[in-house]
Design a protein around this ligand. Structure first.
Ligand SMILES: [Fe+2]
Length: 374
């Protein structure tokens, strides 16, 4: 629990220094009034905001400031005729002592050689029987963009139960939890036996599925290795080696579509979606589902140069982890980061799996971390 050393009113806000932190943090008055943690400002049961932000005086100021609770909180007596007393935990102020201080998850970028020595793999019993086992698996998915679970009973029921430990299953045009053998009943190459180049799913969706789970329930043929590629690694290679192409893939919205009798899905996404700090937070790439589109000739040239650079990296064996998925081993991967594909195969294969939303995966991680005291 952080402790406040000193809080001093200035013309524009409050200057606060914390134990163990060199720099003094500064908070504008209006921001402070808007971020009160007292019940009149923040509902203690739901943690929903109660402040009517638009009704606050724009020039609101404090009449008095005092430390409380052994310097782990402070109170502000507001002026401007409101007689309101705001309360602020040192924890809140410490966490938000800088604008946009949003910690990025710790991730490890990988290629074929890097991942070979550290395949994230966990035992089914450990994952199912304890929160810490589940947390270890999900943290690996966050770190590497995928994680395997071994010893899963080779049934759709057991696989679905495993998926439900992560979050609820997302319904799409392919159903909720699916279970299929190769056939072309759907208009999708994923239902064939040909090699599938590395891609992300749902580029035609406004919100591409966050995670995907696969479990091969039966296989009696040859080939069919799963292919995974770290899309964030491709992004960093391009950012470093081909900055202009990287920028193009961050900027150009690429349209995609899924067409079937009675279905016409369409959406556009840049290949690399970045946050306000420039960090790549989502990769969207599926050359099969890319829709026809036209840019001015010079921009189209630039786009094709960047896209083909991306495709060559995704197809480079040195970037790919190839692994035969067999009954008993379930794979969960981050569809916003990890591209997946599959080598061509012969024989019969039965695969089950599902999509999950990214936000539900993130929610489960937060809750498990809080429970574990992290
Ligand atoms: Fe796919």
């Amino acid at each position: 629990m952080p402790r406040i050393l000193n809080a001093e009113a200035t013309e524009t806000g409050l200057a606060v220094s914390f134990e163990g932190v060199d720099a003094t943090a500064h908070y504008p008055w209006f921001w402070l009034r808007d971020h009160g943690e007292e019940p009149a400002s923040l509902n203690p049961a739901t943690l929903q905001r109660e402040v009517d932000t638009a009704s606050l005086p724009p020039d609101i100021r404090a009449r008095a400031v005092r430390l409380t609770d052994n310097a782990t909180a402070l109170e502000i007596e507001w002026a401007n005729g409101t007689d309101h007393i705001g309360r602020y935990s040192a924890d809140l102020l410490h966490r938000l002592r800088q604008p946009d201080a949003k910690p990025a998850p710790e991730i490890r970028l990988w290629d074929r050689d890097r991942i070979a020595g550290e395949i994230p793999c966990f035992a089914y019993d450990a994952v199912m029987e304890s929160d810490s086992g589940l947390l270890n698996w999900l943290e690996a998915v966050e770190t590497y963009g995928f994680g395997l679970v071994e010893g899963v009973p080779a049934t759709p029921e057991a696989t679905e139960k495993l998926a439900l430990c992560v979050g609820y299953i997302r319904s799409t045009i392919f159903g909720g939890f699916w279970d299929f053998t190769a056939n072309m009943a759907r208009s999708d190459t994923a239902y064939s036996k040909q090699e599938l180049g590395a891609h992300t799913d749902g580029s035609y969706s406004v919100d591409p599925p966050g995670l995907q789970m696969f479990h091969c329930l039966h296989f009696d043929g040859n080939g069919g290795e799963s292919i995974l590629v770290d899309g964030f690694k491709i992004a960093e290679v391009m950012r470093h080696d081909r900055p202009e192409d990287f920028a193009t893939l961050c900027e150009v919205p690429v349209p995609a579509r899924y067409l079937e009798q009675g279905i016409s899905l369409a959406a556009s996404h840049p290949v690399f979606r970045t946050d306000t700090s420039g960090r790549v937070v989502q990769v969207v790439f599926n050359n099969y589902d890319r829709a026809p589109f036209r840019l001015p000739d010079d921009e189209m040239d630039r786009f094709y140069r960047a896209l083909t650079g991306f495709i060559r990296l995704a197809a480079d064996p040195e970037m790919q982890w190839r692994h035969p998925l067999r009954p008993g081993t379930a794979l969960l991967f981050d569809n916003w980061r990890t591209l997946h594909g599959r080598a061509a195969y012969e024989g019969q294969r039965r695969l089950c799996g599902c999509y999950l939303n990214h936000e539900d995966f993130e929610s489960r991680l937060r809750v498990l971390r809080r429970t574990a005291g992290r």
